[in-house]
Design a protein around this ligand. Structure first.
Ligand code: GDP
Ligand code: IMO
Ligand code: MG
Length: 429
């Protein structure tokens, strides 16, 4: 399958980085299509841990082209830092390119993100503070700044003249903030443009030429289905489209050219930030999952909320993404549990629902309905499906059944090698 999207099927942090890195061994190109530095993708190999925020998880294979697509919001200062850190650790980043159409995260976006959260108080969303929401809002309002603007003084000056009068009025009059000076921003961001010149290119043509030449292309999603601006638990969502529909919009590959969608899900569930999470376990069990799974945010370090696998969410993700195969990660975290549970429905007002309600109040008041299965001793160390304990195999089969998609890959540890390929035909293999 030469073009494959890798999308989060839950609330983010499903292990997309690990899965992308594993599959990228056979890819010619890896493309990020949405999100920004709110993402934190962890890749572990040869005993080293890398945390990526902008850079696609294909960067560890020399020669694999890595693209930051037009749908991404780029923080140039942060990106340069990420590139410097990778280079300092001996990773060659010469094959990394950024779309000239991608929107730029400006300092006022980060300020606005922080100030809006402050005003929301108890109603805060728990954002990562990376300026994501305000940047996408400006894009849609048509006064965003694009990466191409950083390459030319007159273009950047013009773009700043378009946005700053509005932005400064908002910051000063509503938030009592001193605002931002055009000359300071102009010089600062032209300097970033200078450093990134040569990497800022027409990625839409690169993606399409690669696809036409039959190259193997991975599209690496950030965040997850339940954080999607349309399909997530709105307003507790991010401001982009992590779902498979976002691939086309955010990279320029026409939708008919995408051949497969791999949905990545943990063998249990986590969420970081605010918002409903029906199968959340707030007590001892949640703490056990957090400790065993090392569930602390890659970007913000916040403890992640933990709970059982939610198959209502899983089935929804299979539908809205058109998932052709599932990658179940962190199965090893459930090793040693006597019983494991799967949420198969929500009880509300004497009724059991098997679809995800739009109404958040209903979701918040829903009681999860569980199916309980026997646990197992150890999955870590297994390298084939048949090496997994029978109970773990049954658990995976139940997940596939309930979600409505076959299991294509299983991960039983954070290392690159701790991976089981179940259906190579559903992967880029
Ligand atoms: P992403 O945002 O979807 O790329 O996921 P994160 O990197 O934010 O979070 C996943 C975490 O789980 C990382 O620390 C990974 O190293 C780790 N991880 C991934 N797969 C496995 C696995 O199968 N088992 C264990 N124990 N850890 C894993
Ligand atoms: P990866 O790619 C988990 C969450 C934030 C917050 C909400 C909105 O590593 O899976 P934002 O800063 O995007 O405006 O925050 O979305 N969030 C994530 N949660 N993984 C992520 O990315 C996330 N990116 C954003 O915690 O609840
Ligand atoms: Mg993450």
């Amino acid at each position: 399958m030469p073009t494959l999207a890798i999308v989060g099927a839950q609330w983010g942090d499903e292990g997309k980085g690990k899965v992308t890195d594993y599959l990228a061994a056979r890819a010619d190109m890896v493309v990020r299509y949405q999100g920004g530095a709110n993402a934190g993708h962890t890749v572990v190999f040869r005993g080293e841990t890398f945390r990526l925020h902008h850079v696609p998880s294909g960067i560890f294979y020399p020669g694999t082209i890595c693209l930051i697509g037009n749908g991404v919001v780029v923080d140039p200062e942060h990106l340069l830092q990420e590139i410097d850190e990778l280079e300092a650790r001996g990773i060659d980043t010469r094959s990394l390119f950024i779309s000239d159409r991608a929107q730029v995260i400006m300092p006022y976006h980060k300020e606005q993100d922080r100030l809006e959260e402050e005003v929301r108080g108890d109603r805060r969303l728990g954002t990562t503070g990376r300026g994501i929401g305000p940047c996408y809002a400006d894009k849609v309002a048509r006064y965003g700044i694009r990466m191409i603007d950083l390459l030319d003084r007159a273009s950047l000056a013009e773009a700043l003249d378009r946005v700053l009068p509005i932005k400064n009025r908002l910051l000063r009059q509503v938030f009592h903030h001193p605002g931002f000076e055009k000359e300071v921003l102009l010089n600062q961001f032209l300097a970033y443009g200078e450093r990134l010149r040569g990497r800022i290119v027409d990625t839409v043509t690169l993606v399409n030429e690669a696809a036409e030449a039959g190259k193997r292309i991975l599209f690496e999603g950030a965040q997850g289905t339940l954080l999607d601006i349309d399909y997530g638990t709105y307003p507790f969502v991010t401001s982009s489209s992590p779902t498979a529909g976002g691939v086309s919009v955010g990279s320029g590959l026409g939708p008919t050219r995408l051949q497969g969608v791999l949905g990545v899900a943990k063998a249990y569930a986590t969420r970081v930030g605010e918002g409903p999470f029906p199968s959340e376990e707030k007590g001892e069990l949640g703490a056990r999952l957090r400790q065993r799974g090392q569930e602390f945010g890659t970007t913000t370090g916040r403890p992640r909320r933990c709970g059982w696998f939610d198959a209502v969410v899983g089935r929804f993700a299979v539908r809205v993404n058109g998932i052709t195969g599932l990658a179940i990660t962190k199965l090893d975290v459930l090793d040693g549990f006597e019983k494991v549970r799967i949420c198969v429905g929500y009880r509300y007002g004497g009724q059991v629902r098997r679809t995800l309600p739009t109404d958040l109040r209903l979701l918040a008041q829903s009681q999860p309905v569980y199916e309980e299965l026997p646990g197992w001793e150890q999955t870590r160390g297994a390298r084939t499906f048949s090496e997994l304990p029978a109970a773990a195999q049954r658990y995976l089969e139940a997940l596939a059944d309930l979600c409505g998609a076959p299991i294509a890959l299983v991960s039983v540890g954070y290392d690159r090698d701790e991976t089981i390929v179940v259906r190579p035909d559903l992967l880029l293999l």
